[in-house]
Design a protein around this ligand. Structure first.
Ligand code: 13P
Length: 328
């Protein structure tokens, strides 16, 4: 893929009204989601479930790209996406490992990345995702974790760009914990600022990355509920203070918010930045759970529920697409 093709990929991902579906749950993650419904995850059932999502009529009106897990790519699910002109993305990190024998976790997967990318490209993938997680507590995240994990993330982005693919960079500040909104803003800002310093040092081309960010919200165990206007103010202020204008797009993960919370928060963020007051980036969604949760529950592993689950899925997508434009 040459420079023009990379630009073409990014332009397509940025299409107005569309976003990116995260359907790249790793084996442990999809197992957890299925178990909560009394289902047993296995490659064939995972395939049936994801096929149900991707074959939903008119899904291509709201989705420009889907992030897949390697299993799905090898099962040929990318072909359905190709037939709908939806771009194929792939999760390329290999999950988390313990960081220096502490309670913190760091993302692994750089070793064979280059080889894997060649294989993924052969399957038609044009963009990739690497996720790092940061848990907030009184002592975490540690500076040493932030340094090491962001350095790996920048190395990932550099390798992906050298293959002519688009890297999605996802530093997720976890919703778990009892931290305040202010502390979430402080930590997210610190991580993003440092991220862009390191990306700059390692000469990553900022014009062909996508930042996938968490929204700024208080910890789930804090019991504090903040209104969308407050979430949008603190989230946009955080981006304004840390994300260079050269970055074309910021997409949000849902991170365990309910589908409605994530949708209304996105709507308020889009509205508040409608005059590009906080920054020029295109703002969109790359939700996993907030797009899938309701449809997965309705499907419940049964063939006869496919149509009703697809209806629920497309209704949520329509809402999120309108939220991305601040139209709810
Ligand atoms: P959630 O929207 O469920 O947080 O998933 C997004 C994602 O890609 C996590 O890596």
């Amino acid at each position: 893929m040459n420079q023009t093709e990379t630009q073409h990929t990014i332009q397509q991902l940025l299409t107005l009204g569309k976003g990116i579906l995260a359907a790249d749950e790793s084996t442990p993650s999809i197992t957890k989601r299925f178990t909560s419904l009394g289902l047993v995850s296995a490659p064939e059932l995972n395939k049936q479930y994801r096929e149900m999502l991707f074959t939903t009529p008119e899904v291509e009106k709201y989705i420009s790209g889907v992030i897949l897990f390697e299993e799905s790519l090898k099962q040929g699910l990318g072909e359905i996406l190709k037939s709908k002109n939806i771009l194929i993305g792939i999760k390329v990190d290999q999950g988390l490992e313990s960081f220096n024998d502490t309670d913190e976790q760091i993302t692994k997967g750089l070793e064979e990345l280059s080889l894997h990318l060649d294989a993924y490209k052969a399957f038609g993938a044009s963009f990739t995702k690497w996720r790092a997680v940061y848990k907030i507590s009184d002592i975490y995240p540690s500076d040493s974790l932030i340094e090491e994990s962001l350095s790996r993330m920048a190395d990932y982005a550099k390798i992906v760009q050298s293959k002519g693919m688009i890297p999605i960079i996802e530093p997720e500040v976890l919703l778990d914990g009892n931290h305040t909104n202010t502390r979430c803003e402080e930590i997210t800002t610190k991580i993003l600022k440092r991220l862009f310093e390191i990306l700059y040092q390692k000469e990553v081309d900022l014009s062909t990355i996508i930042l996938k960010s968490s929204m700024v919200i208080p910890g789930k165990e804090s019991g504090v509920i903040v209104m969308p206007l407050e979430v949008s103010n603190s989230t946009l202020r955080t981006l304004q203070n840390s994300v260079p204008s050269k970055v074309p797009q910021v997409v949000f993960l849902s991170g365990g918010q309910t589908p409605d919370q994530a949708t209304f928060n996105l709507n308020e963020i889009a509205k508040l930045n409608s005059g590009k007051k906080f920054g020029p980036w295109d703002l969109s969604f790359s939700f996993g759970r907030a797009l899938q949760e309701e449809a997965m529950k309705e499907w419940n592993g049964k063939q006869e529920n496919i149509k009703s689950a697809q209806k629920i899925f497309i209704d949520r997508l329509q809402k999120v697409s309108r939220a991305r434009q601040g139209e709810l």
